[in-house]
Ligand binder design. Structure first.
Ligand SMILES: [Zn+2]
Length: 311
């Protein structure tokens, strides 16, 4: 069953019942009790058996309705966990990243808005796979710094052909080597696991700097976004970005990369409303995914070697 506003009434009632049952079981579980059927009058019949085939069917409905799975992809440099939230299932796969620059808090907030929206609007991901890394640089977000705990700008740390050494201590320090940072490695791992045809990286800029920047085969998608959010489409953001995600994934690997610069001085809810349609349009674009976009990483060694099967 697909949970959407067009669902038939009977199906919707069935789903509501399933949610109630799931909630009751969660409460029972929190109390350390086995999830036996202690049914309240508003729930299903008193002879309802929680392990019956009917229950399994209802539980599956709940899972499909929320459809949020978690994919652990690694850790930040100081050990904070990094997890991608995955919705839907289908060949058109979009990966959305918030907060790769830790001090760009609006980007994390809008990623959270998107994730919460997808969790309750399964029709938005019908036949598609959408993965959201809400907070790609949790240490930077906690400390209100652009960089990670080791002072590295993660968006200059990707193993792109244009990566170049820089000066430690600068806010755009690229790190001691390409992909030296655990956060960068985690994002690379997510890309290798999910094989997205499109990546949307959320950033913030001054109000005048809000734009739909793109790398790789993403101009059409950038224009799709522009039609919704009204921001300009830019292939060049005005300064070089060696070692950026766009350089590595977009230019070197041919993945459609959209860098959405949100206006940093506007409230998060306003940013979400302004960009909700843009993000959902890209998710529903359903451009055929290019085959084998992701090639083995340097030396032919796969980063997934260290990762158990997540899905
Ligand atoms: Zn940024």
């Amino acid at each position: 069953m697909i949970f959407n506003r067009h669902a038939e009434p009977a199906a919707a009632c069935r789903l509501v019942g399933a949610v109630l049952i799931a909630g009751m079981l969660m409460v029972a579980g929190m109390g350390g009790c086995a999830p036996q059927a202690r049914i309240v009058p508003s729930g299903p019949p008193a002879d309802f058996q929680p392990h019956s085939s009917e229950f399994r069917g209802l539980a599956a409905d709940v899972a499909r309705a929320s459809s949020r799975r978690t994919l652990d992809i690694g850790f930040a440099a100081d050990g904070r966990p990094l997890a991608v939230e995955v919705f839907g299932s289908g060949p058109w796969t979009v990966l959305v990243l918030g907060g790769i620059h830790g001090d760009e808090t609006r980007s994390v907030e809008v990623a959270r808005f998107l994730s919460d929206h997808l969790a309750v609007n399964s029709e938005a991901v019908a036949g598609k796979t959408v993965a959201v890394l809400v907070n790609a640089n949790p240490t930077g977000a906690a400390n209100r710094t652009r960089t990670n705990a080791r002072g590295v700008d993660l968006n200059r740390n990707f193993p792109a052909s244009n990566w170049r050494p820089g000066t430690a201590g600068r806010r755009d320090s690229p790190g001691p080597a390409p992909a030296s940072e655990p956060e960068t490695q985690s994002i690379l791992r997510a890309i290798e696991l999910l094989r997205p045809a499109c990546i949307i990286s959320l950033h913030t800029a001054s109000r005048e700097g809000a734009c739909n920047n793109f790398d790789g085969p993403a101009e059409g998608l950038a224009r799709l976004m522009a039609a919704q959010n009204g921001y300009p489409v830019l292939v060049n953001i005005g300064h070089p970005t060696p070692g950026s995600l766009g350089s590595w994934a977009g230019i070197d690997r041919g993945i459609a990369v959209l860098t959405l610069e949100l206006p940093e001085n506007r409230p998060a809810a306003e940013c979400w409303q302004r960009n909700r349609g843009a993000l959902l349009d890209v998710i529903s674009a359903d451009v055929p995914a290019p085959e084998a976009v992701v090639r083995p990483l340097q030396g032919g060694r796969s980063l997934t070697d260290r990762v158990p099967d997540p899905l």
